[in-house]
Design a protein around this ligand. Structure first.
Ligand code: GLU
Length: 394
């Protein structure tokens, strides 16, 4: 008997988490899998943040938290937005959540009606489409490819906007391809967006600090777009705090209020200890986490070099985040170790089974020609993984 709701039956499992779970399962069976599927810094949370959490336990932070977050955490977020993003938000415009994923889910369920459409410039992070469907809305992919450096042009953007378009999601630096929209590129896209006052913009800036090139720009800082942009961020990636689960938004007050209402019925306020630790993280100068960004840059250079050497891997140089997104369509229609490769899912399965390296199919990110490889792993692991991939392909 299956009584699962239609909505949940239609919901795909998260491809990133599913691949990580599969890799874990194989590892537990004794198979030496190198997991390059999950986007998770392999660093420990910095000491000064851990200390703040321990202090919070000692200070008996144990009660329910305000649904939208502690006032002093919201003040830290307010300072952070002003300092790093040139964005001015009142405290009533800020909502703290259990991870940026929840922030996005709150916004989608606050804004979307059945029949509304979410525009997703691809490649896009796997959960945007799933959460849109969960909110009973549809999504429309705006495809881009490696020759465009995976960026949507203003003309292309405009050709996808219809009456139904309610939200467009930007994610720069991008998961999975690592590109960054420059200020000028955003201003050009902004000229189009200004013409469509009913379209909301969700700007997911979770990889903001994992940035090796141009400084990332917050699209909400374009004055004409401020009133319909939701800026999403969190501490997971920059501060190696994925498991602490703290995300937040800055948004028009009426949207923040609606998110507060949604959250109040589903999870209540985010974890008290993690919120106290987040104050320490956000109030610290960005230089304190530079050692991690420097290390990611080294690994980026290395993995781009190593992969460029493999015939059939067409690769762009990511400017941020910690993923590469090579186009591997060269292998389609070919047999590798007697296995016919028809698409990126076949290729990712081939890598898992024959090279024991876990990656994620590009199909989950709206680009079936690519695979995503996370380089949030040690230099040795990355080197061994690429060696194994090379061997399996020989
Ligand atoms: N955002 C990370 C990733 O893409 C973590 C897993 C997830 O939530 O999707 O790998």
């Amino acid at each position: 008997m299956n009584k699962i709701s239609d909505r949940i039956q239609k919901l795909p499992a998260s491809a990133t988490l599913a691949m990580a779970a599969k890799a874990r399962e194989l590892k537990n069976k004794g198979i030496d899998i190198i997991g390059l599927s999950l986007g998770e810094p392999d660093f420990n949370t910095p000491e000064f943040i851990k200390k703040a959490a321990i202090q919070a336990v000692e200070d008996n932070y144990n009660s329910y938290t305000p649904v939208d977050g502690y006032q002093d955490l919201k003040e830290s977020i307010q300072r952070k937005f002003l300092r790093d993003n040139n964005l001015s938000y009142n405290l009533s415009q800020i909502v703290v959540s259990t991870g940026a994923k929840q922030s996005i889910a709150n916004v989608f369920s606050a804004l979307l009606n059945p029949g509304d459409e979410v525009l997703l410039p691809a490649p896009y992070w796997v959960s945007y489409s799933a959460i849109a469907n969960l909110s009973e809305a549809d999504y429309k992919i705006i495809p881009t490819d490696i020759t465009e450096n995976f960026k949507v042009s203003p003309d292309k953007l405009e050709s996808y906007i219809t009456e139904k378009s309610k939200i467009i999601v930007f994610n720069s630096p991008n998961n999975p391809c690592g590109n960054i929209y420059s200020e000028n590129e955003y201003r050009d896209l902004g000229k189009i967006l200004k013409k469509y006052p009913n379209l909301f913009i969700l700007s997911d800036e979770i990889y903001e600090h994992i940035n090796y090139g141009i400084k990332s720009f917050s699209i909400a800082s374009i004055p004409e777009l401020y009133d319909r942009t939701i800026t999403v961020n969190g501490v997971a990636k920059a501060f190696a705090m994925t498991g602490w689960r703290i995300g937040y938004i800055g948004a028009p007050e009426w949207i923040a209020k609606a998110c507060n209402k949604v959250q109040g019925q589903i999870t209540s306020g985010a974890n008290c200890i993690a919120q106290r630790a987040t104050i320490a993280a956000l109030d610290s100068p960005v230089e304190k986490i530079k050692y991690m960004v420097d290390e990611f840059r080294k690994r980026r250079d290395m993995i781009v070099n190593l992969l460029s050497d493999i015939k059939g891997f067409n690769i762009n140089v990511p400017e941020g985040a910690f993923y590469v997104f090579p186009d591997i369509s060269y292998f389609f229609g070919k047999k590798l170790k007697n296995k016919l490769i028809n698409n990126s899912t076949d290729f990712a399965i081939f890598l898992l089974e024959e090279a024991n390296v876990a990656t994620v199919t590009g199909e989950a990110f709206g680009n079936p020609n690519c695979i995503r490889i996370s380089y949030a792993a040690s230099v040795e692991k990355i080197k061994t993984a690429i060696e194994r991939i090379k061997e399996a392909l020989n």
